[in-house]
Design a protein around this ligand. Structure first.
Ligand SMILES: [Zn+2]
Ligand SMILES: [Zn+2]
Length: 214
C-alpha cells in the first residue's frame, strides 16, 4: 500500500464516509453505476470490458474500529468459451464484504500493535483515509472470485472437431468418412500403446528368455 498517495474523491471507486459519521451503528445504503476500470476480471479469460457499466450496491456500516462495507457488483462480463473459443457473455454478480479501519483505531477496536509484530498483517488491512475509502482492490478480488476460471458457452458445449475444427454444437451429426472420429482417435491411441509395449519388450527380451530357460 502506498501510504502517501492520497485518495481522490473524484475516483468513482472512492467513497466518502463523512456523511455516515463515526457513531457505531450508523448505516448508509447507496448505489452507484460506474464505468468499469481497466483489467477487471481474469486476465485473458473473462472480464468486464473497460468502460462498461458496473452497478455497485453498497451498505456502509459504522463500527467501532472503522467502516464495514458490504456490497454487490453487477456487470456484464465478456470472454471466450474454453472449449469452442466462441465469444460469450455472462452476467456477473460479485458479493463482497470488507472492513476499512480507522488509522487511529485504538479505543476499543484493535490496540495499535508494535509495527514489527503487525507488519505483515497490516499490508492486507484497508484503511479509511481522510474519511475516504477505496473500493477498487476489494472489487477486483470479488470479481475474480465470482468469475469462472474456465468459462463455457453452454454446459454441454462439445468443443471443436479435432479433425476439421468445426464447432460440434452447431453440427452434432457431423463426421468424417466412414470411420467415426472417436474410433479413429481410439485406434490411434491403441496403436501408440502397442508401439510402446513392443519397444519395452524388445529391450527386456534377452533377460526374460534367460530366466525362462533356467
Ligand atoms: Zn463453447
Ligand atoms: Zn470435423
Amino acid at each position: 500500500m502506498v501510504l502517501n498517495a492520497r485518495l481522490d474523491h473524484r475516483n468513482p471507486l472512492v467513497f466518502d464516509t463523512h456523511e455516515l459519521g463515526r457513531r457505531p451503528g450508523a448505516l448508509q445504503r447507496l448505489t452507484r453505476t460506474i464505468d468499469a476500470p481497466r483489467d477487471l476480471g481474469v486476465a485473458g479469460v473473462i472480464g468486464v470490458p473497460e468502460g462498461a457499466p458496473l452497478e455497485l450496491e453498497l451498505r456502509l456500516e459504522s463500527v467501532l474500529e472503522g467502516v464495514l462495507v458490504t456490497g454487490t457488483a453487477r456487470a456484464k462480463a465478456e470472454g471466450e468459451c474454453v472449449r469452442c473459443l466462441e465469444p460469450l457473455e455472462q452476467q456477473l454478480e460479485a458479493d463482497f464484504q470488507e472492513m476499512f479501519s480507522y488509522p487511529d483505531a485504538d479505543d476499543r477496536g484493535r490496540v495499535k500493535a508494535e509495527p514489527a509484530d503487525d507488519a505483515e498483517e497490516d499490508e492486507d488491512r484497508l484503511f479509511v483515509e481522510d474519511g475516504l475509502i477505496d473500493l477498487e482492490p476489494v472489487l477486483r478480488d470479488a470479481v475474480v472470485l465470482a468469475l469462472p476460471m474456465q468459462p463455457v458457452c453452454q454446459e454441454d458445449c462439445q468443443g471443436l472437431c479435432s479433425e476439421c475444427g468445426v464447432r460440434l454444437s452447431d453440427d452434432p451429426d457431423h463426421h468424417h468418412d466412414a470411420v467415426d472420429i472417436r474410433w479413429a482417435a481410439l485406434q490411434g491411441l491403441a496403436g501408440s500403446l502397442e508401439d510402446g509395449e513392443k519397444d519395452e519388450m524388445s529391450g527386456a527380451e534377452p533377460g526374460v528368455d534367460e530366466k525362462q530357460e533356467k
